[in-house]
Write a protein that binds this ligand. Structure first.
Ligand SMILES: Nc1ncnc2c1ncn2[C@@H]1O[C@H](COP(=O)(O)OP(=O)(O)OP(=O)(O)O)[C@@H](O)[C@H]1O
Ligand SMILES: [Mg+2]
Length: 156
């Protein structure tokens, strides 16, 4: 079925604001395209319910940034912060278990520069903390394998 203007994960084409993912692989591939497009200094806020695919999208973004194959992207919900080496180093955090003020204790300011990408799951918890080159992405559950991924920021 054709979908004019829709993102095609099998082609290296532009990233559309809205993408309907039909499988985990498509979400991973969409994330990879985003990762390839990043220039440094972006803060990516991922919002969406439990199990919507935030960590999977983060994994794709890390792939697109050429993550060192020795690293595996996993949920940082227990470690609070995972750091991966890549074309631009990636700081991956999950605010799910934190109170909204705890974000100030993480020291994220140290990574807010052109050499880093910050990816935040459950970012809505402390939305006001994140300033600058912010890219908001929301993922909505549509069905067992289907998700709507929406880019709230027009930067690509
Ligand atoms: N189209 C899809 N895109 C993303 N994930 C999908 C899709 N279809 C099914 N899934 C499944 O949904 C789950 C998403 O898990 P993931 O850990 O990425 O979610 P999350 O949003 O990070 O959850 P949490 O809020 O617990 O951190 C995976 O098991 C994945 O296989
Ligand atoms: Mg997660």
């Amino acid at each position: 079925m054709s979908c004019p203007g829709c993102y095609d994960p099998h082609k290296d084409n532009t990233i559309t604001k809205e993408f309907i993912s039909k499988s985990p692989q498509e979400t991973l591939d969409f994330g990879t395209s985003i990762g390839k497009a990043l220039k440094g200094g972006e803060i990516i806020l991922l919002n969406g319910d439990l199990g919507s695919g935030k960590t999977l999208l983060a994994k794709g973004i890390a792939r697109g940034l050429g993550i060192d194959p020795a690293y595996t992207v996993v949920s940082p919900s227990f470690t609070l912060m995972n750091i991966y080496k890549a074309r631009l180093d990636i700081i991956h955090v999950d605010l799910y278990r934190l109170d909204s003020d705890d974000v100030y204790e993480l020291g994220l300011e140290d990574f807010m520069d052109r050499e880093h990408i910050i990816i935040v799951e459950w970012a809505q918890r402390s939305k006001d903390f994140f300033q600058g080159d912010v890219i908001e992405i929301s993922i909505e559950y549509l069905g067992e394998q289907a998700r709507r991924i929406y880019l709230g920021t027009d930067i690509f």
